[in-house]
Design a protein around this ligand. Structure first.
Ligand code: GCV
Length: 738
């Protein structure tokens, strides 16, 4: 047995397996096993009284006109209604009876054209829609209309969601329009099928089979995205391989684009900045070199010839070893605008990533993106968006909002979230991320006084931004259930819903997803919502409480390693971030330290700078605090930290119990799968608590407070755990014998 014997796991796994078998044998109350493939688009039949009520309003479907998108609407509604209402709902050509659902655009449907909604539909744009219950020629109908076919498809999914979540549908008058224009999933997929920071199998794009063979799963992926309004997909890793721009690969990309198009999803690519040298044989990739600019123009022409609705480029330049304009003594604007000029004639855009940091002595990585990019405000071309991560370091369980939000009023800025859980327990930990993204979207930058929230920066209303968008690094892969952990489908769902409306409450999103995906049982829904809504705070508690950050094992970022200090780059070492010593712990980013707190507007800057007003959750992000500092709770810092680690562990135990109690309500397969991963989550939470407290105790030199369980191992034991072997073997969880 190696360093850490996480004893209960094998026994627990056995119990769970028995339970699952018993449920399968006896049927449970929810009978069917479910492999999770259908996501939130399950369309299983609703309870009988509801079916009776809905059937009056849904007797047939009228979608006139011919196009692939209109076909998709027909298929979706017929399948959806038939499943939900437990009997076939046919297509018809006329709205000549009660309960007909009419869908389309003024162009595709004479009935819709006759309603004279042109002005309103024009205001809603090609993706917005109107849904109305109305009487026409004596019949009660529901009309779902948009100026664009994709908008009509979004409206159809919205209507289905009303049924799936058991809402009334007899007096509808709803209009919806996405608040953000670009709602993108970024896939960090490599051309060899692996996914950087992917924890749910391999890439969904089978490059060697394309373009000849199209995996049906591509269609299902696009359909799932359309159901939540996602309209862009970056296909390849931002740590880019130049090969993606070769004619051979572009034909494959075009085949994918053909599948996605009828669902309103446009493809984007990440180009390697040095591609003119690697593919074009040029001596330089200097963005101000005429030949280089010409190479990109020709490449853009070639791409758009194959893919007329190609979205554009997402560029990681001069970051973590990637080439970029600074390689040639040029700046970010030189690079971005050169590419933007190549794409502009085709209405393509450049999404330039602000994830840029250098290592200089005494430097604070949290201030780097601002230092590098903010001076260029107002200099980027009109078809450039600057993509800014939610926080200033790197997708940590908790970060304050990125100081670039609000600080570039003349630049089109879009947030980048990470749906895949690089730093949040991979696909093993149940963490609902909507509350984390809400925190950022709701954060007030004060850039133009109170109310200057990140959501208002992103939706363009604060600075009258013309192009708007948001990106999420995808958590999907070839695993049958798409996301590894069944619950993490909720994060894909939540991302889409927030991209559509960045004001949606987390509770609403969770409620919708639970009802569509897991159960309609009221008590179970309440329990699951409670679990989901508390999960992010719990994870912060057991991983990085009180503003601690980047304490993860180097490289793969799974598990605790606060002692890690061996990377040549200081800012990749956890010790650089927590700065624990015998006096205290935390990164001083105030005047007495790096002063990067200065990048925030007043009064945010003062609130974070002053120990008295800095929220507990950001305390050690901005301050180096003595171990005996008296916290708001009345405890000293050391005790508070220990208490929070324990609270996180306790949550995992309570959650396991609560989930076990749902065994008859959720289908046996998903119940057992989730139970297994919750067991891993508890094991990891204990590991995080014990390893972190054991290490920090060498500085605090204080006993653990009453109520905090003693770690079972020594610090040396925790340091000896090495996951690299397991991860290299492609396992998503490490061996339980560790
Ligand atoms: C795609 C972090 C991740 C990298 C990722 C990078 C980025 O550093 O660890 O895997 O690279 O962010 O966002 O570019």
């Amino acid at each position: 047995m190696t360093a850490m014997s996480l004893v209960r796991n094998k026994r627990d796994r056995g119990l769970i397996a028995c339970l699952a078998l018993a449920l399968l044998a006896f049927g449970g109350t929810t009978a069917q096993a479910d492999d999770g493939y259908r996501l939130w688009l399950r369309y299983d039949s609703l309870p009988a009284p509801l079916i009776r009520a809905y059937r009056e309003r849904v007797t047939s479907v009228v979608v006139t006109g011919n196009s692939a998108t209109l076909d998709n609407i027909r298929t979706e509604l017929v399948n959806g209604f038939t499943g939900l209402l437990g009997a076939p709902v046919p297509l018809s050509s006329d709205a000549d009876r009660d309960g007909v659902v009419v869908v389309g655009t003024p162009k595709s449907s004479t009935l819709i054209a006759g309603l004279r909604w042109e002005a309103q539909l024009a205001r809603l744009g090609p993706e917005g829609f109107r849904i109305r219950s109305l009487k026409l020629r004596g019949h009660s109908l529901t009309v779902i209309a948009s100026n664009g076919e994709v908008g009509a498809l979004y409206g159809a999914f919205h209507f289905l969601r009303l049924l799936q979540t058991q809402q009334p549908i007899n007096a509808l008058d709803a209009i919806q329009k996405p608040r953000l224009q670009l709602r993108m999933l970024d896939h960090w997929d490599n051309l060899d099928g692996t996914i950087e920071r992917g924890y749910a199998g391999r890439s969904l794009w089978n490059w060697s089979a394309l373009p000849g063979t199209i995996d049906p799963r591509l269609r299902d992926y696009a359909r799932a995205n359309a159901s939540i309004g996602i309209n862009g997909s970056l296909l390849n890793n931002v740590n880019a391989n130049a090969q993606i721009l070769t004619a051979n690969y572009l034909r494959k990309v075009a085949a994918i684009a053909d599948v996605f198009r009828p669902f309103g999803v446009r493809v984007f690519l990440s180009p390697r900045f040095s591609a003119p040298m690697e593919l074009g044989g040029l001596k330089t990739a200097d963005p101000l070199d005429a030949e280089v600019a010409m190479w990109w123009r020709k490449k853009a022409d070639e791409i758009f010839k194959l893919i007329p609705d190609f979205g554009g480029f997402v560029v990681k330049a001069n970051s973590e070893g990637q080439p970029g304009p600074r390689t040639y003594d040029r700046n970010h604007v030189d690079g971005a605008n050169m590419m933007a000029a190549a794409l502009a004639p085709h209405n393509g855009i450049v999404i330039w990533r602000a994830f840029v940091y250098d290592m200089k002595p005494g430097y604070d990585r949290a201030g780097a993106a601002y230092e590098n990019l903010q001076p260029f405000d107002g200099k980027f071309a009109p078809n450039v968006l600057l993509q800014v991560k939610n926080g200033p370091i790197d997708f940590q369980p908790r970060e304050p909002f990125h100081p670039l939000f609000g600080a570039m009023p003349k630049t089109q800025v879009m947030p980048e979230f990470q749906i895949t859980q690089e730093y949040l327990g991979f696909s093993n930990h149940l963490v609902f991320l909507a509350p984390m993204w809400r925190d950022v979207l709701d954060a007030d930058t004060y850039a133009k006084g109170p109310g200057s929230t990140v959501a208002r920066v992103a939706d363009g209303s604060l600075f009258k931004q013309r192009l708007t968008g948001v990106a999420g690094v995808a958590n999907t892969g070839s695993d049958r259930n798409w996301t590894g952990h069944d619950f993490l489908q909720a994060n894909w769902y939540a991302f889409g819903r927030l991209a559509w409306n960045p004001d949606l409450p987390s509770r609403q999103i969770a409620g919708e997803w639970i009802k569509m995906t897991l159960t309609h049982d009221a008590k179970a829904t309440e329990t699951i919502a409670r679990i989901m809504l508390g999960s992010r705070e719990a994870l912060v508690d057991y991983m990085t409480p009180l503003g601690l950050h980047h304490l993860m094992w180097g490289g793969h970022h799974y598990g605790p390693a606060p002692w890690w200090n061996t990377f040549a780059r200081d800012d990749w070492n956890p010790t650089y971030y927590h700065k624990a010593d015998t006096n205290g712990i935390g990164f001083d980013r105030t005047k007495s330290g790096t002063n990067t707190v200065n990048q925030y507007f007043l009064p945010v800057r003062n609130r974070f700078s002053d120990l008295k007003t800095c929220p507990d959750k950001f305390l050690l992000w901005f301050h180096h605090v003595p171990w005996d500092y008296r916290m708001r709770s009345g405890r000293i810092l050391w005790d508070e930290m220990a208490f929070r680690y324990q609270r996180g562990v306790d949550w995992t135990r309570q959650t396991r119990k609560a989930w076990d109690a749902l065994s008859g309500v959720i289908d046996a397969q998903r119940h057992a799968e989730v139970a297994h991963r919750l067991m891993i989550q508890e094991r990891d939470a204990v590991w995080w608590k014990d390893a972190s407290l054991t290490y920090f105790q060498t500085f605090s030199k204080r006993p653990l407070p009453f109520g905090v369980q003693k770690p079972e191992r020594t610090l040396e034991d925790y340091k000896r755990i090495d996951l690299l072997d397991d991860l290299a073997r492609g396992k998503s969880t490490f061996d339980e014998n560790h």
